[in-house]
Design a protein. Structure first.
Length: 501
């Protein structure tokens, strides 16, 4: 039985399938890129413009994992972040963060236009608003900071195009929304040829700074880029400096498209944007409050909250639902650049905190420069991937690592049911079988799908993702199909096998 079906995502279901070959045999290029999402494909496109040969090595299908499961806002308006960045990094580096996002948006528009990629890019203002008195001062402060940083921000109140009035909102102009799967797939189509390649269904199983190995071939290169959401395995130790967050996403038709992209400042978080579907209907793409991957009761609760909220838009029945994931660094800024300060490692990018479209494109712009021998990049003052430990956010760091330690010892669903017979159809549990921790799911036909519950990355117990029917690791965010196959890392090996029947 399949799980982790990519077509659960509205974006993937409304994009043409890609058909890139599998890597077979050995080859050599200038730069090997592991991962075919927005970071990997954009980096490859920019490098090819700079005269380099590239090979993108994607474990599944191009653009259909994290990028194809995002809300796909092209915006520098990242909720309330600039006052936080200014506090933690200072004004100059907060300005660099904003500049990087704005430049990334323009770069995406340039790439789509230049390569004639049909990605439904639509100009749209972005709003972060509050309906809670306690957050009004925070919004006002964010407007003051962002205006000072040179971002296109203004303060608005009352009617901002939502079904309800708001107490205060920050509005960013000259932003956009787009179709992420079509964008990444369209750019990927421009890559093959003149010594460059895109490979799908080609999972990296081993790597060195100048070589990537899959089960069916090897790519040698002067530089290897890990554009894999979180660097694979234990590269750079980023698994201990960024923690995973899952978020519920639902899509439903709505009668009237609000004239912007929106997110609120308070919790629970509610984000919305729209897209005109192939059937002509306007669909709302809504994301809700994040939760720890594999924590099923939080997942249920946050989906239910999101559905209640979306009902205020007079939405029709929910057509799509899925869980997306991203990593948050302990100091709010992504890690981009070399995985080691001696520059003999990998080029990496991670920790986009659910703002991976603009951060991912900015990362690609930096990585392409570094891969072509530039010594540095001005934006690295804020994104430097070798800042040994985050400059701030220590409390959160300690809390998250304590949580990892707890998941190493006991699973989240470890209490009941205790054996396969006690599972109801459609139910999953972590249970002890012959002394082993087993992740078991009974499907509607009564067949039990059972694998080891011990994550192949570093040994935490996985938890159940009820929406996508996958096993998700709360510690560092690896995701696995029911069969134990990796959906995405940092794990690269499947969950161990157990009796299935
Ligand atoms: Fe690291 Fe599971 S992802 S232990």
């Amino acid at each position: 039985m399949a799980s982790g079906d990519d077509d659960k995502s509205y974006w993937n279901a409304t994009a043409e399938p890609t058909r890139f070959p599998q890597l077979k045999g050995d080859m050599e290029v200038d730069v090997a890129i592991i991962g075919g999402g927005i970071v990997g494909i954009t980096t490859a496109r920019l490098l090819k413009e700079m005269g380099k040969t590239v090979a993108v090595i994607e474990a599944r299908r191009v653009g259909r994992e994290v990028t194809g499961k995002s809300t796909a806002k092209m915006t520098s308006q990242h909720s309330i972040i600039y006052q936080t960045l200014e506090r933690k990094f200072g004004e100059d580096r907060a300005r660099l963060y904003g500049e990087a996002q704005e430049r990334a948006i323009r770069e995406m528009q340039r790439l789509a236009t230049h390569y004639e990629v049909s990605a439904d890019i639509e100009a749209m203002p972005a709003f972060c608003y509050t309906r809670d008195e306690k957050h009004v001062a925070e919004i006002e402060k964010e407007v003051e900071v962002t205006q000072r940083l040179g971002l296109p921000a203004s303060l608005v109140r009352g009617d901002i195009g939502l079904p309800y009035d708001v107490l205060a909102a920050i509005r960013f102009d000259a932003q956009a929304q787009f179709h992420p799967t079509r964008y990444v797939a369209g750019l990927a189509e421009t890559l093959p040829g003149d010594g460059s390649h895109v490979f799908e269904n080609s999972r990296a199983v081993d790597w060195e700074p100048t070589r990537v190995v899959t089960d069916t071939g090897t790519v040698s290169a002067a530089i290897v880029v890990m554009a894999t959401h979180l660097p694979l395995g234990q590269v750079g130790g980023y698994y201990a400096m960024a923690y995973p967050k899952a978020e519920p996403v639902i899509v439903a038709p709505i009668g009237r498209a609000p004239p912007g992209m929106y997110i609120n400042a308070e919790q629970p978080s509610h984000s919305i944007r729209t897209h005109r579907g192939p059937d002509g209907k306007i669909y709302a793409i809504a994301a809700g409050q994040s939760f720890k991957p594999g924590h099923t009761d939080e997942e249920r609760q946050n989906f239910a909250d999101l559905e209640r909220w979306l009902a205020s838009f007079d939405a029709g029945p929910i057509a799509y639902r899925w869980v997306n994931e991203d990593y948050t660094s302990m100091d709010s800024a992504p890690f981009i650049g070399w995985s080691s300060s001696t520059r003999d490692g990998y080029l990496v990018a991670t920790g986009f905190d659910a703002w991976g479209i603009s951060n991912g494109t900015a990362a690609a712009m930096i990585l392409a420069d570094l891969a072509t021998g530039k010594d540095g990049h001005p934006w690295l003052d804020v994104f430097d991937s070798t800042r040994i430990k985050p400059v701030a956010g220590g409390g959160e760091f300690v809390k998250e690592n304590a949580s990892v330690a707890a998941h190493l010892v006991a699973g989240y669903l470890s209490s009941k049911p205790k054996d396969y017979d006690a599972l109801e159809p459609g139910q999953a549990a972590i249970m002890k079988i012959d002394g082993d921790n087993v992740a078991a799911f009974k499907d509607e036909t009564g067949t039990v799908h059972a694998v080891s519950a011990v994550c192949s990355h570093m040994g935490c117990l996985v938890g159940w993702n009820e929406t996508d029917r996958t096993w998700d690791c709360p510690c560092h965010g690896s995701r696995f199909e029911l069969s134990g196959r990796v959906i995405h890392g940092p794990a690269t090996r499947p969950l161990g096998s157990k009796i299935t029947g």
